[in-house]
Ligand binder design. Structure first.
Ligand code: CMC
Length: 385
């Protein structure tokens, strides 16, 4: 029998590409040991305190904080780009009521790409203008999906509102108060970029074949949907619903640990320390759930965090970004199935920035596999099998 492992290459095999370096980037850095997250040199705590999602998106796309006039111009572009073609709304009308909202979002962006006559223009200027357009339009699409799921008509964007206030307005049909808009804005800042995560890498792989920006972003949405990635925020809420009340947390977690159940919203490939995004969202969760009469959600989550860290903290398993976000969205009255689309409405900035950065110095992604199959099989005619 011939040797069963065949591989020609320089790299070590790492399951799930753990630790593999796929590119160079100036977009951002995840320090998993220290629990630090940096966008273009700026610590996430600084951005969460001082920046806005619009400004952070500019930072991710263009590599520097904007001047006032650059920011005004960028915001104006978002205003101009918010409306989506009627064909997109018509497609959403068909799918949004029953499909998973991430499937609807994926469909919406795909139809958008099919309607854009400039989709195939490979210039970096075109990639950038589609990136800006998608930052604007994905919020509009997610808003329309929310409305169709409630059996209501989409709400047109309001040119006087900032991006995040507009997003909430298009979801709920009511203008949010300043504090609610600010908390959602911070959440969008925190979700905007995160190294070579699965969805970002998916977008980059698609872009690297010189497909097009819409196809790349559609792939990112498809990947983010999964429960091990962005879809975990939805699963966390189902888990908290299943537990039901704070007095049931201990027994539930003990059983989950004994039966080796996966605890959603915990653990991370890179962070082996507390995820800084969860620190910020945990603090907001405490305030918001209390203000909206849903302190029960925070209390359950916090008790769960303490139990899980006591059991798994030594192994580097801590809450991640998806653990507290849903308690905040739930307190705002947002349906659980919409949590991952909110993630996508933010992550589009990171996807677009990293795709643009990569295609600027493009090289096709094309890894290898270790072949573990048969090498010398002889073809057997059908009659003899
Ligand atoms: N609950 C229980 N055990 C866990 C968990 C968890 N959430 N996460 C990791 N472990 C254990 C796992 O069972 C394994 O144990 P053992 O060595 O005994 O087999 C060990 O830790 C290593 O886990 P892994 O699954 O090999 O680690 P990974 O780097 O492949 O997975 C992860 C990272 C995020 C997929 C995983 O931690 C997980 O499934 N977490 C739950 C889903 C989740 O919250 N995902 C959101 C991630 S952060 C936001 C985002 O990027 O979208």
């Amino acid at each position: 029998m011939a040797e069963q492992k065949q591989f020609v290459g320089q790299a070590e095999f790492a399951k799930g590409l753990e630790g593999v370096i796929a590119c160079e980037s100036t977009m951002g850095y995840v320090d998993g040991k220290e629990g630090k997250l940096i966008y273009r040199g700026y610590d996430i705590f600084e951005l969460a305190e001082h920046s806005t999602f619009e400004e952070t998106s500019y930072l991710l796309l263009f590599g520097k904080l904007p001047s006032q006039s650059e920011l005004d111009d960028f915001k104006q572009k978002l205003v101009q780009q918010r409306a989506v073609p009627k064909e997109v709304i018509n497609a959403l009308k068909i799918v949004a009521k029953t499909a998973h909202p991430m499937a609807s979002l994926r469909t919406g962006v795909s139809v958008l790409g099919a309607m854009d006559k400039n989709a195939e223009d490979e210039s970096i200027e075109n990639y950038t203008s589609i990136g800006i357009s998608l930052i604007a339009k994905m919020a509009t699409i997610a808003g329309a999906i929310t409305r169709f799921r409630k059996g209501k008509k989409p709400v047109d964007p309001d040119p006087k509102l900032d991006h995040t206030a507009n997003f909430l307005y298009m979801m709920n049909g009511q203008k949010p108060d300043d504090y609610t808009a600010r908390v959602m804005d911070v959440s969008l800042i925190l979700h905007a970029d995160h190294g070579m995560n699965a969805s970002t890498f998916s977008s980059m792989v698609v872009a690297s074949s010189m497909s097009d920006m819409y196809s790349a972003i559609t792939a990112g949405i498809a990947s983010l949907k999964g429960s091990l990635h962005g879809g975990a925020n939805e699963q966390v809420m189902h888990m908290l619903d299943e537990i039901g009340s704070v007095d049931k947390v201990d027994a539930w977690v003990d059983d989950a640990i004994a039966t080796k159940k996966k605890l959603m919203g915990f653990g991370h490939r890179v962070y082996k320390a507390y995820d800084p995004r969860a620190t910020i969202l945990g603090e907001y969760s405490q305030k918001i759930t209390e203000a909206h009469g849903r302190k029960d959600l925070y209390d359950m989550a916090k008790r769960m965090e303490d139990k899980v860290i006591a059991a798994y903290g030594e192994r580097g398993i801590f809450p991640n970004v998806d653990f507290y976000s849903g308690t905040i969205y739930s307190a705002f009255g947002i349906e659980t199935a919409l949590f991952t689309p909110i993630f996508a409405v933010s992550r589009i900035s990171g996807w677009a920035g990293r795709v643009i950065e990569y295609v600027t110095e493009n090289r096709l992604f094309r890894p290898r596999a270790v072949y573990t199959g048969e090498m010398e099989a002889k073809y057997v005619p059908m009659a003899q099998r």
